[in-house]
Design a protein around this ligand. Structure first.
Ligand SMILES: Cc1ncc(COP(=O)(O)O)c(C=O)c1O
Length: 401
């Protein structure tokens, strides 16, 4: 045992049983025994451009040579933070919107949840403010108290004592159930948070019309729609954001992970032009801030990372990845090797008729990193992955069932 307490891990697991990563390059990583692995999870769903990009490292070095960071609380600002905000808004569907920057997806989510409540507190003149936040079964929104409460994964909500009041869950895919909730409590609902394609809950793309239905209900009842694009942003679905893939525009969007490909921590919340105008309204102190909001070195990493995604057309390449995964997985399903599959772009799940923990372990043994989620193996490789590498991952999976 060492002093390090690992996240989402058995606290009693000895350090010696962990895989000690010593190097990573492109889609490959190596442990301290020299064993090589294909990174079919982009580390933890985040490394869009692959590992070891000197362009990002150099950009961070240049930024830190000027100043490593200076805070952006009033009265300070700096170019890297402003530029990231401008670039993210321009790439998103929320033109004219504004961006709040933080470090982790969890911080971005709690920022969004607080902002949803804030907007309704300010709107409530003479009546009670709406407070209900609707969450979705299978949703994952990080581990701060807001994100923990907003999760639809029960095991992650348990054991921490009382969570935040006024959160109500809807089933994963049942639009009628959502409609019933809105019919009953629509005038008390402040907003609804969901991942457009659910990730950590098992890689579940939305059923046809589902996100459009939620958008309509929010509009009809005066509630705000928040898409948590922490996994699905920055090319993962074959567009810059999943909201573009599915053609549904939220009022608020969170992002993290792929914005820097994980080279340094950065996350954020984008609000629509309408919400921005409300925040800018009279008496508009935004009493919320993280010490490292808009960290300059992280922003430099983000700008270099976005440059690479654009220059190498990794969003376009992800459309090819979609085709390679779809044909490979459908062949495995036709052969009865997997039960079914689902996904979009470069994020997929293969479903088995049993818990997939052993399959993940066998694949790891053969040098392919995946995640098991109940009966599914999740695949979320870097956006630079080649057709041959997709074939290798699926061959290894087939050999491990
Ligand atoms: C959709 C979603 N939201 C929020 C988070 C939390 O992000 P972080 O772990 O950076 O706090 C995650 C992390 O996987 C996520 O997938």
């Amino acid at each position: 045992m060492t002093a390090l307490l690992h996240p989402f891990a058995d606290a009693a697991k000895p350090e010696a049983e962990y895989i000690n990563v010593v190097r990573a390059e492109g889609t490959t990583l190596w442990d301290d025994s020299g064993k090589q692995y294909f990174d079919a999870m982009s580390s933890l769903w985040y490394c869009q451009v692959g590992h070891g990009r000197t362009e990002i490292i150099d950009a961070v070095h240049r930024q830190m040579t000027g100043f490593s960071n200076y805070h952006t609380f009033d009265p300070f600002t700096h170019g890297p933070a402003v530029e990231v905000a401008e670039r993210v808004v321009a790439l998103s569907s929320l033109s004219g919107g504004r961006v709040y920057l933080a470090c982790s997806g969890s911080e971005a989510v709690d920022t969004a949840l607080k902002t949803i409540r804030l907007i309704h507190q300010r709107r409530a003149t003479g009546g009670p403010a709406r407070q209900i936040i609707v969450r979705r079964e299978r949703g994952y929104h990080g581990v701060n108290f807001g994100g923990t409460t907003a999760q639809g994964i029960e095991a992650n909500r348990e054991g921490w004592g009382d969570l935040i009041p006024h959160f109500v869950e809807i089933p994963g895919d049942d639009l009628e159930a959502a409609a019933r909730l809105f019919a009953e409590k629509g005038d008390q609902i402040a907003g609804l948070i969901t991942e457009p394609i659910q990730g950590a809950g098992g890689v579940h793309p939305p059923q046809d019309g589902y996100l459009e239905g939620l958008r309509r209900m929010c509009d009809d009842h005066g509630a705000l729609l928040c898409f948590d694009e922490v996994i699905s942003g920055f090319g993962r679905t074959g567009e810059w954001f999943a909201s573009q893939t599915y053609g549904v525009t939220p009022d608020i969007m969170t992002f993290a992970k792929g914005v820097t490909s994980g080279y340094l921590p950065l996350s954020g919340m984008v609000v629509s032009a309408e919400i921005a105008a409300e925040l800018e309204g009279h008496g508009s102190m935004y009493r919320h801030g993280h010490t490292y909001s808009g960290h300059a070195a992280s922003c430099a990493a983000a700008l270099a990372n976005i440059d690479i995604i654009e220059r190498e057309d990794l969003v376009g390449h992800t459309k090819k990845l979609h085709g390679w995964f779809e044909s490979g997985l459908s062949a495995l399903a036709a052969d009865g090797i997997i039960d079914s599959y689902r996904g979009v772009g470069a994020v997929w799940a293969a479903e088995f008729d049993r818990d997939a923990t052993d399959i993940k372990a066998a694949m790891l043994d053969k040098g392919v990193v995946t995640r098991s989620i109940y009966n599914a193996i999740a695949l979320c490789p870097p956006l630079i992955t080649t057709e041959a590498e997709v074939g290798h991952v699926l061959d290894v999976m087939a050999s491990c069932t």
